[in-house]
Design a protein around this ligand. Sequence first.
Ligand code: PLP
Length: 422
Amino acid sequence: MHIDSASREQLQEWEKELSAQYQRICEHELSLDITRGKPSADQLHLADKLDGILNGDYRAADGTDTRNYGGLDGLACARDLGADILQVPSEEVIAGGNSSLTLMYHAVLTGYLFGFAGNTPWRELENPKFLCPVPGYDRHFSICEQLGIGMVNVPMTDSGPDMDAAEELVRNDRDIIGIWCVPKFSNPTGVTYSEDTVDRLAQLGQIANPGFRIFWDNAYAIHDLEQQVNLPSIRSATLANDTADSVIQFASTSKVTFAGSGVAFVSSSPANLASLKQQMQAMTIGPDKVNQLRHSRFFAEFTMLKEHMQKHAEILKPKFACVLEQLEKSFGESDLGEWEKPRGGYFVSFNTRPGCATEVIKLAADAGVKLTPAGATFPYGKDPEDRNIRIAPSFPPLEEVDTAMSVFVLCVKLASVRKQLQ
Ligand code: PLP
């Protein structure tokens, strides 16, 4: 189907056929949901042995009684686990509670209220702003929006954020004090940053406001579907550029063990960790060390973690294959949309023709298929071209992903044809 070269008569004919198909689908009264990147029950089962693994032995290898208060940095063995995931030294890791998003929120608060490493608190700037590679992760944007931190869109390319644009913005605006990055299997585009991008990001600290921080949310660090994809080390790149204070890294086991009961990690330079801990110490006496110990026992060796991730991949692969097959079959030879083929992570990002995403999502909802709201992948929920749709196939069973995708492709066709007819 090529819309740009179709005659009006052809478009009208397609519209009639597609509308009839759409009516038939609506009669099925479906109730399917491919909105959020949650692990499926099968994936969660993989970690069920966490329950009971301590078997009454609550002491960590270093003698810590994990049931008691204390240890703001987290257990040593949990910090080792975070260090393995992020490929950084354990001394530079804090093992926290169950959510890396919470750690990100606290890190933004630290920068905003107190400033990192002796730098001016962001709230004292006239108009503090973050660069937001788009499309991106809605919850990053919510943090900024809630704190009144401005957001500036930077387009994503297939090797990471458009670095020419990012450098230009940082050079000309001292109020830019951060950038959100999901560097591996980015949410939602699935892109992994290239070596050149990582290097150029590491150099931003040389030209930016000294309080500038890169929020390196490595949520999908070990979530490869096939062979391992290598993400260049931002830590090495910043050390080489004398900008080690400019980056704060995050990860968690949310999509490794239990999404609601994992362990989250933050890693950064000693100066930034000291700033973070200064804020944290007023907030908590320490994280849930019992859960940290459970995780350390469950993944006694890093190889065990890697084997565990392969089992996740086996469950996820058919679902991603299904999404990609449906897209390829329907749009491979068309001008109706574009998408990336992710090699890991949790999403497939689809771009409709300009001005169609909202209508596709509405049509799908009316046919009983819930998609992430239009604009969700952009700051303030505003997709300037109304094109991006995030598809999250991990949670529903394969048959449901397949049915939902059949509805999705039909809605894309129908919305595109109707738009062209306007
Ligand atoms: N960061 C990204 C990019 C995510 O996609 C998600 C969850 O979807 C999170 C963070 C949430 O992580 P956590 O469960 O550790 O808070």
